[in-house]
Design a protein around this ligand. Structure first.
Ligand code: FES
Ligand code: FES
Length: 129
């Protein structure tokens, strides 16, 4: 529904089985795998997709900029899901260790980066004013 009816194609379709995290969106602030959530079941809830992460002027948000600066975007297929997972994570905390960041993204598969640049990006975003 997100991709085909609403044309919100930032949310990616990967495994379709709740395993890869490429389709992660936020439902009332909680990160969920959209591929295993029926649209009717979130009727009335607030659903956030990666399209909503831009700042009011249309500029990229702090975490998005940090991903680019840290080299955490390579093919980019995993990026929207990671950004959504990490947005929920960062809304709850002002600091995190590398191990805590890795744990937070355990449900998001990235085949390109080896995850180190993603962890670095989160640390950069946390340190940003
Ligand atoms: S597409 Fe892989 S978890 Fe949804
Ligand atoms: S950047 Fe390619 S899968 Fe993560």
């Amino acid at each position: 529904m997100l991709r085909e009816d609403l044309r919100l194609t930032g949310t990616k379709r990967g495994c379709d089985e709740g395993e890869c995290g490429a389709c992660t969106v936020l439902v009332d602030g909680q990160a969920v795998d959209a591929c295993i959530v029926a649209a009717l079941s979130v009727n009335g809830a607030r659903v956030e997709t990666v399209e909503g992460l831009a700042e009011p002027g249309g500029e990229l948000g702090r975490l998005q900029r940090a991903f680019i600066e840290a080299g955490a975007v390579q093919c980019g297929f995993c990026t929207p899901g990671l950004l959504m997972t990490l947005t929920a994570f960062l809304r709850e905390r002002g600091s995190a260790t590398p191990d805590e960041i890795r744990e937070a993204i355990a449900g998001n598969i990235c085949r390109c980066t080896g995850y180190s640049q993603i962890v670095e990006a989160v640390q950069m975003a946390l340190a940003a004013p």
